[in-house]
Ligand binder design. Structure first.
Ligand code: NDP
Length: 311
């Protein structure tokens, strides 16, 4: 039957997604990879890291939806025909979940919780005077859908928040900076740096030694965008040196993080396995189906990625 949707992900639950998609569009024919059936039937695809060549094998494919916000894996697949539009997921629940994760990480660094976890392991009672949150500036690199939500949430609980992006943006209660020319003043005022950038040609290793050393000494880093945006060798050196006092890392240049990686053994580093935020099927299926309806009625599609920009 024409108009089928291919679901292809080794990470996400096909049963939950099929159910959510059919709730929104009961007649939708959902094919779960690798059981594609007649390839000519497939009109749209919902994928997370589809096997290379799988999408290119679909002669009537008209729309690819990336099962997540970060499209770097799809854009890196050179076998995907360039004329097929790529959409990304991104909704309020995904943004809220990320904003909560960032808030958790910021609060943990602000209140020195890693220090107390270590002290507890050593049965050591040592009091450090807390500072008021208005004295602790937080800076967020990448203030799009997720970074913007994080900036608003962290600002709402009393931190001075600034955001940095590619173009000029306004967010209530948040000081904004943009472009390479405004990176230095943004870094100079930031004690807790949150990285929520997409991985593109321009952002690979953007958080390098030079950037890390423009932060005040003893700054903290939270990375929940993409591992490749941070030069991990430079971060490791900056952590060993004390320039960066602590880090919360959700994403890594190589995932899963190899068992021998030094980050695992560092008291000042919290390693979590890429759990910052997800697309919740019942919520995200609404946008997937809305785009199928738009595609079929010739209306503009939602959340289309600019391939040249890379996000
Ligand atoms: P958006 O596309 O909405 O926002 C991206 C932001 O990054 C924008 O502010 C953009 O600037 C900025 N940006 C992009 N390139 C540059 C550059 N060269 N210099 C400066 N700023 C730049 O993305 P989302 O907020 O939805 O998601 C961000 C990333 O988070 C995703 O790409 C993904 O990699 C990651 N992610 C991680 C998850 C996790 O669980 N850890 C879950 C989901 C996503 P501008 O405002 O000018 O466009």
């Amino acid at each position: 039957m024409a108009g089928a949707l291919l679901f292809s992900s080794r990470l996400d639950d096909p049963v939950a997604w099929s159910k959510a998609l059919k709730t929104e569009m009961p007649e939708l024919d959902v094919r779960i990879s690798p059981d594609l059936g007649n390839l000519a039937d497939i009109e749209t695809a919902l994928v997370w890291k589809a096997p290379p060549g799988e999408l290119a094998s679909l002669p009537n494919l008209k729309l690819i939806t990336n099962l997540g916000a970060g499209v770097d894996p799809i854009l890196a697949d050179a076998t995907i025909p360039a004329h097929i539009p790529v959409a990304r997921l991104g909704d309020e629940v995904m943004a809220q979940m990320m904003a909560q994760f960032v808030t958790l990480a910021v609060l943990r660094h602000y209140r020195g919780i890693a220090r107390y976890e270590k002290q507890q392991r050593e049965h050591r009672w040592e009091y450090v005077l807390p500072r008021a949150s208005y004295e602790v500036p937080v800076g967020i690199m990448g203030i799009g859908m997720l970074g913007g939500a994080a900036a608003r949430m962290v600002s709402s609980i009393g931190f001075p928040v600034a955001g940095w992006g590619r173009s000029s943006r306004t967010i209530d209660g948040v000081e904004t900076f943009h472009g390479p020319g405004e990176l230095a003043p943004f870094l100079a005022r930031t004690e807790i740096l949150v990285c929520l950038l997409p991985l593109t040609r321009e952002t690979r290793h953007i958080v390098n030694r030079d950037v890390l050393y423009q932060l005040p000494r003893g700054a903290k880093l939270v990375n929940c965008g993409r591992g490749g945006t941070v030069d991990e060798a430079a971060l490791l050196a900056a952590l060993e040196d004390g320039q960066i006092a602590e880090a919360t890392l959700d994403v890594f240049e190589t995932e899963p993080l190899p068992p021998t990686h030094p980050f695992w053994g560092m008291d000042q580093v919290l390693v979590v396995p890429h759990i910052g935020s997800i697309a919740v099927p019942e919520i995200a299926a609404r946008d997937v189906v809305e785009n199928i309806r738009r595609l079929r009625t010739g209306q503009p599609l939602l959340n289309i990625v600019d391939r040249a920009r890379g996000y």
